[in-house]
Design a protein around this ligand. Structure first.
Ligand SMILES: Cc1cc2nc3c(=O)[nH]c(=O)nc-3n(C[C@H](O)[C@H](O)[C@H](O)COP(=O)(O)O)c2cc1C
Length: 190
């Protein structure tokens, strides 16, 4: 599959078929992730691959708590209806951990650096595109409490759990999310 097809066809997957994802496929995703660009090639990422059902259960209840409190706080109706059972049904979850110490010269800017977050985002997108090219569904998931996730996964205090990437064989058709035209969002300075 060429890169343009992968970019255009990939959609977020929130329903997975039972059955494991092969270790070979997971390794391909991780290899794709680390070829992302990063500030000064600092490679500020670490990954935790979660296939243990008990741990997925703990993550699921944390996410459910977070969803309920955010639904209350925001008043957003969709958050009341939003189902997070894919956390349980996704055969593999890859937690992406960012290291703020491994950011670039941007650390000396006012407010500190965000380069490590950008780099981890690029690594995540590499994983999503690779998953799609392998016929797997994926979801970039962030609806969790940092500290709760840090404690649950045993992450060092100085590092940040930035996202969970759910991976599995897709069940059914994903939602088809449209995009506005790129040129509507572009200004040229010539
Ligand atoms: C930084 C980031 C955080 C996201 N967090 C969530 C999330 O917590 N839950 C979720 O269901 N989708 C999440 N998504 C997926 C978006 O909802 C999805 O990409 C968007 O609706 C466009 O749909 P598509 O990916 O199918 O094109 C996230 C995406 C990004 C880039």
């Amino acid at each position: 599959m060429d890169v343009f097809t992968a970019i255009k066809e990939r959609r977020s997957c929130r329903a997975f078929l039972p059955g494991p994802v092969s270790e070979e496929a997971i390794e391909k995703l991780l290899q794709a992730a680390v070829w992302a660009p990063s500030p000064m090639n600092a490679q500020p990422w670490e990954f935790i691959v979660i296939t243990n059902q008990e741990v997925k259960g703990k993550i699921h209840s944390e996410v459910e708590d977070r969803r309920k409190s955010l639904a209350e706080k925001s008043g957003w109706k969709w958050l009341e209806r939003y189902q997070v059972d894919f956390i349980l049904s996704s055969p593999a979850i890859i937690a992406v951990i960012g290291n703020p110490d491994k950011t670039g010269a941007d650390r000396f800017l006012e407010g500190g650096g965000m380069g490590y977050q950008h780099a981890c985002a690029a690594a995540i997108q590499n994983m999503l595109l690779t998953a799609h090219a392998l016929g797997l569904g994926s979801l970039w998931f962030t609806l969790f409490d940092f500290e709760a996730m840090r404690a649950m996964l045993g992450i060092d205090p100085g590092k940040e759990p930035l996202a969970l990437v759910c991976i599995g064989r897709p069940s059914g058709e994903p939602l088809q999310m449209a995009r506005k035209d790129a040129l509507e969002r572009t200004r040229f300075i010539r």
